[in-house]
Ligand binder design. Structure first.
Ligand SMILES: [Zn+2]
Length: 298
């Protein structure tokens, strides 16, 4: 691609050349034509040809400028909760029958990293992302995610991040947004449609809505999901932590979520031997969770 400066210089040179050629051509036909009337006609012809050429250049420049203004960015969301695949949130929930809802169990599963990818070549100016929770609510206030919709029985159920007029996401670039927490979020038991996150991405000249299904699982179903992921990422690198079991100082290899009936969920990193054999993990229900930030999925 030629630079803008080169294009402007090229067009100016072309226009100047046409003007010079017109002047030279007019002089040439003036001195070589026969009588006065013939000379006038010939110079007129040269002028018409020159005007046509200049008009053609003006139209081409106009079309090129229009193309630049209609070129739009192509934005895609990436919302990765720490224990789910990107854009496919799966949550462990606990029923709260008296309140007719399911609560998202509070551990690292509720923390999400959020990005916007611009797959187009045009810059995305003034970008924004709005997330509407369908069938879920109770998002707590947090930095840079402004509540945009709420109701009495759901609490906050839509939040928005605004990049502002001075921010742009480069063509084929990625913008990392502030982390988003779903701590305190719950799902309505009597919601009769799909649980989902409706993600609206907007920028100058662009607007698109993506719907990400949310998979809510109680303990047994979530445990099956954990086994699948643990098998999938078994060959990953060891964790940065040492084994959390007393008197064991080996490198940790797995993360466990111990579901204590009284003290609630507790996260622990353990070496493979302890995770397989230690009596604490046999006695209490424990799930092997995989944190994307350990495995660098996102
Ligand atoms: Zn150990």
């Amino acid at each position: 691609m030629p630079t803008r400066k080169a294009v402007v210089l090229g067009i100016s040179t072309l226009v100047a050349a046409i003007m010079v050629a017109t002047a030279v051509g007019s002089y040439a036909v003036w001195v070589t034509s026969g009588d006065y009337a013939d000379r006038l006609v010939a110079v007129g012809d040269v002028m018409v040809a020159s005007t046509l050429l200049l008009t053609a250049i003006a139209v081409a420049v106009g079309v090129a400028a229009y193309q630049v203004t209609v070129e739009a960015p192509e934005l895609e969301p990436e919302i990765t909760f720490r224990c789910s695949e990107p854009n496919r949130p799966v949550f462990l929930v606990e029923p709260e029958p008296r309140r007719r809802r399911h609560r998202l169990v509070r551990f690292r599963q509720v923390e999400a990293s959020v990005r916007i990818h611009n797959r187009g070549s045009a810059s995305a100016r003034n970008p924004a992302m709005r997330i509407d929770l369908l069938g879920l609510g109770g998002v707590r206030p947090q930095l840079e995610w402004r509540p945009t919709d709420w109701s009495n029985h759901l609490g906050v159920h839509a939040v928005q991040w605004d990049g502002g007029a001075n921010l742009a996401i480069h063509g084929n670039g990625t913008r990392v947004l502030p982390d988003l927490s779903f701590e305190n979020v719950f799902a309505l038991s009597d919601h009769d449609a799909e649980f989902a996150l409706q993600v609206t991405l907007a920028a100058e000249g662009f607007r698109r809505v993506h719907t990400l299904a949310v998979d809510l699982r109680t303990r047994d179903a979530y445990s099956a999901y954990c086994r699948e992921r643990a098998a999938q990422y078994e060959d990953g690198p060891p964790l940065p932590d040492t084994c959390g079991v007393e008197e064991c100082d080996r490198q940790a290899a797995v993360r466990l979520l111990v579901l204590h009936p009284e003290h609630g969920p507790r996260e622990l990193a353990a070496c493979r031997d302890c995770a397989d054999g230690h009596e604490d993990f046999q006695r209490l229900p424990s799930l092997r969770i995989v944190d994307n930030r350990d495995r660098r999925i996102a």
